[in-house]
Ligand binder design. Structure first.
Ligand code: SF4
Length: 572
């Protein structure tokens, strides 16, 4: 049964039972900020979690403290039991979570069950994102940080899976399926597969490449046989669907006319999002490796040297970073934190997505590449255009003789082209670095100056923006400004080294999202506490200096104040 945590603080909390120096240390530690700033936010969010509980039965353990425990667990990258031990025995944890004597024990089952219910009832992990948002907003407000400049980057997050090649993947998926069968179903499995399951599901280890290939082919055959055998009975079960998915991604049935054993072939190369482990079907393989991709946005260029993580997104590693700045901007805009300048690396901007970012009034500072064009060729930014996007003149001051919709260079559709007089272009001294295209109808090997016909230049808004961005990024000023982006690599490093975000203890997207959200929130709290401590130290130093001044120059100050007062009194 859901019960809200009573808001009243304990009269004799843990801090009243320690000596004054220890209390002072406790109050200057992270635990004090957690208790004073974070815990009230968790209490305010408690009612949103009421849907995890029924209306009858024993009242729940405080949701706010459970959430606080999850945050501290991910902060320190602890296992469940380690976190529960800290909760029971570490005075800072108990002070931070304001735990009374009657609440200092929590069973592992309660913690696991809380997370299981949360994953089942809130698969999009909106509740924990709400807490991340609340803590981020409070930290930004209390520290007086600006979100005008932000940077974004992605990193690889690996769930609790082991990747050891295709043979291991086939073997694990088959074993998982066979273990899910009941006695009756297992008796229908062909004898050869039963024997393999009993003796050698892991027996491939140490095989040479040629033997591995034969073994892989054998397992592919087993997959096919099991898929056909249980097609009618087990089509809805997850182990069967994994078997089916693995087969469709990794194997193919070549020729139905030949004997069954030689029909199944393992594909030489796989494409798209493929299964990496039967224990975590949501993980996929991208260019950084297998697992998940985590996008993080944070503030930058704040004078106080403290930056706060403002946004995150988690998805399978197979999805590219291109265009991922747009959803982040949408979320930041909804939270009132839309950046004025956004820094990203070369993985983020496709030119259409960069255009959309800039249409929102954001300066998008990210390198673009012109793939096949050499650096000697200048960009379309050297041409003059009118407000409708039509070319007015080329760098040599010649106006185009017309505009036409012609077939585009990189896409199948047609796009707007400016047509330039061929005679002028052929005799132009800037023909070599000019991006105009020579006429198509020419003999192989024919030089541009020997062609016949007019020259053309594709002038879509995307290409004009790409050229403009490319020209800008060659300048020293741009490179100086862009340098701030690299700071986010330190955040990834901090998240991996201090909070263990690179290698998680959980599997499946929903649990990965929860763990990631807790770690990012914990990282923000840690940064907030650090900034809070330095501010406190600064204030302390300031008060001490005034006190010392008064002690040293007290009599002089008093005499000065007396003289000033009497002078003011004599003034008409
Ligand atoms: S090559 Fe043609 S379009 Fe390019 S600068 Fe010369 S005249 Fe202008």
């Amino acid at each position: 049964m859901y019960k809200k945590t009573p808001p009243q603080q304990k009269l004799f909390g843990i801090e009243t039972r320690v000596c004054p120096p220890l209390r002072s240390r406790l109050e200057s530690s992270w635990a004090h900020l957690f208790r004073c700033e974070v815990l009230p936010i968790l209490f305010r969010n408690e009612d949103r979690y009421a849907m995890l509980y029924g209306t009858t039965g024993r009242p729940n353990f405080s949701v706010a403290r459970l959430l606080g425990l999850c945050l501290l667990q991910e902060w320190n990258d602890l296992s469940d039991q380690e976190a529960l031990d800290e909760f029971s025995f570490d005075i800072r944890w108990r002070y931070a979570l304001d735990v009374g004597d009657e609440e200092d024990y929590l069973s592992r089952r309660s913690l696991v069950e809380f997370r299981r219910r949360l994953a089942a009832k809130d698969p999009e992990m909106k509740l924990i994102r709400h807490i991340f948002d609340n803590i981020r907003d409070s930290a930004l407000k209390k520290l007086g940080l600006s979100s005008a400049n932000q940077r974004v980057d992605s990193t690889l997050v690996i769930s609790n899976i082991r990747i050891r090649g295709r043979l291991s993947l086939f073997s694990n998926t088959l074993s998982l399926f066979l273990r899910s069968l009941n006695e009756d179903q297992f008796s229908r499995v062909p004898k050869a597969i039963q024997d393999w399951h009993a003796t050698e599901p892991e027996g491939w280890f140490g095989l040479g490449p040629a033997e591995q290939k034969i073994k892989l082919q054998e397992l592919a055959q087993y997959l096919y046989e099991l898929i056909v055998l249980f097609e009618k009975d087990l089509a809805g079960s997850e182990p069967y669907q994994l078997l089916n998915r693995l087969f469709s991604e990794q194997c193919e049935v070549t020729d139905s006319s030949v004997e069954q054993s030689s029909r199944v072939q393992v594909k030489k190369k796989t494409e798209g999002t493929t299964l990496q482990s039967p224990y975590d079907p949501d993980a996929s393989c991208g260019h950084k490796g297998p697992g998940y991709s985590l996008h993080v946005a944070e503030t930058c260029k704040n004078d106080k040297k403290t930056e706060i993580i403002t946004d995150y997104e988690v998805h399978g590693a197979a999805r590219s970073d291109i265009g991922k700045a747009l959803p982040a901007i949408e979320r930041l805009d909804a939270a009132g934190l839309k950046p004025e300048v956004l820094f990203a690396d070369g993985g983020y901007p496709s030119v259409p997505s960069a255009l959309k970012v800039m249409e929102q009034g954001i300066e998008f500072i990210a390198p673009v590449n012109r793939s096949r064009l050499s650096d000697d060729i200048f960009g379309r930014d050297r041409f003059t255009f009118d407000s409708n996007g039509f070319a007015i003149k080329c760098p040599m001051g010649h106006a185009p003789i017309g505009h036409r919709e012609l077939s585009a260079h990189n896409t199948t559709g047609r796009s707007l082209h400016a047509i330039f007089d061929g005679r002028l272009c052929r005799s132009c001294t800037m023909l070599d670095p000019c991006p105009v295209r020579v006429p198509n109808h020419r003999d192989k090997g024919c030089q541009a100056r020997d062609t016949v016909g007019d020259f053309r230049l594709e002038i879509t808004p995307d290409l004009r923006l790409r050229d403009k961005m490319y020209s800008l990024q060659q300048t020293i000023e741009w490179k100086d400004r862009y340098r701030i982006r690299a700071g986010i690599e330190a955040t990834h490093s901090e998240l991996k080294r201090c909070h263990g975000i690179g290698r998680l203890r959980v599997r499946r997207l929903v649990r990965v999202c929860f763990a990631v959200a807790c770690k990012l929130t914990a990282c923000n709290i840690k940064r907030w506490a650090k900034a809070y401590r330095s501010l406190k130290r600064l204030l302390h130093g300031f008060v001490w200096s005034i006190y010392l001044c008064l002690r040293l120059f007290g009599p002089v100050t008093a005499a000065f104040l007396r003289a000033t007062t009497s002078y003011v009194c004599l003034w008409p």
